[in-house]
Design a protein around this ligand. Structure first.
Ligand SMILES: [Ca+2]
Ligand SMILES: [Ca+2]
Ligand SMILES: [Ca+2]
Length: 221
């Protein structure tokens, strides 16, 4: 019995974010999609964005721009292979050259970002991802080489203990910008975690302890 009570008290004292993921599906409690630690996880796959030429995209609290040339880019529809499928971003058709896309987050609690990149075979791709805070300090960076023989590509990822304000991502020579970017995934800390479950667990522990004490007294008497 004592072990059970201690387990309840310990559970109650631990980070409530973890408790939710252990006991139930976080999405039921908080709404939205959550990872195993109950952090909110968003994926932009661009499927609901019509193909065409853009100078800015606002999707799910993310503002996407292209920093080179005329500042325009395409939402295209290509499925060369994992992780690029259906609608995606490509800068090459409007502005071939080495310049980054920028994706700025309105959520101030973003701590990790992933983006898929790839193309059809034909050329080597040198792909870069950088994460910055609101003061333009570099927080984390990733690089990925995609050999010419590849259909599709892979993921770049960055993470940081302090909040990521925006990311830059780009492709370098030989055909700079000739890659498709897809499945922009970002994870934020949950700013408003509901309390009742934590409180009830902690209370259960305390009540259990009180019952034990009373029983012990009763036994002595
Ligand atoms: Ca897509
Ligand atoms: Ca390639
Ligand atoms: Ca390429």
């Amino acid at each position: 019995m004592r072990k059970v009570i201690w387990a309840l008290i310990t559970l109650g004292a631990l980070d409530e974010i973890c408790i939710y993921s252990w006991l139930c599906d976080c999405s039921d409690l908080c709404g939205g999609t959550y990872d195993l630690r109950c952090r909110q996880r968003n994926v932009i796959d661009f499927e609901s964005t019509p193909t065409g030429i853009y100078s800015v995209l606002n999707i799910s609290g993310v503002t996407i721009t292209y920093t080179g040339g005329t500042g325009t880019f395409n939402v295209d529809n290509q499925s060369p292979g994992f992780p690029v499928s259906g609608h995606n971003l490509i800068s090459f058709f409007q502005n071939p050259g080495v310049a980054p896309f920028k994706a700025a987050f309105s959520d101030p609690g973003i701590t990790s970002v992933q983006i898929g990149v790839g193309d059809y075979d034909a050329d080597d791709d040198n792909d870069f991802l950088q994460a910055y805070d609101a003061g333009n300090n570099l927080l984390d960076a990733d690089y990925r080489f995609n050999p010419a023989s590849t259909f599709g590509g892979g993921y770049l990822s960055v993470s940081s203990a302090s909040a990521i304000s925006y990311i830059l991502f780009w492709d370098e020579e030989p055909f700079a910008g000739a890659v498709y970017w897809d499945n922009l995934t970002f994870t934020s800390t949950v700013s408003e975690v509901p309390e009742p479950l934590t409180v009830s667990l902690f209370s259960a522990g305390l009540i259990g302890a009180a019952v034990m004490r009373r029983r012990r007294k009763a036994n002595k008497a």
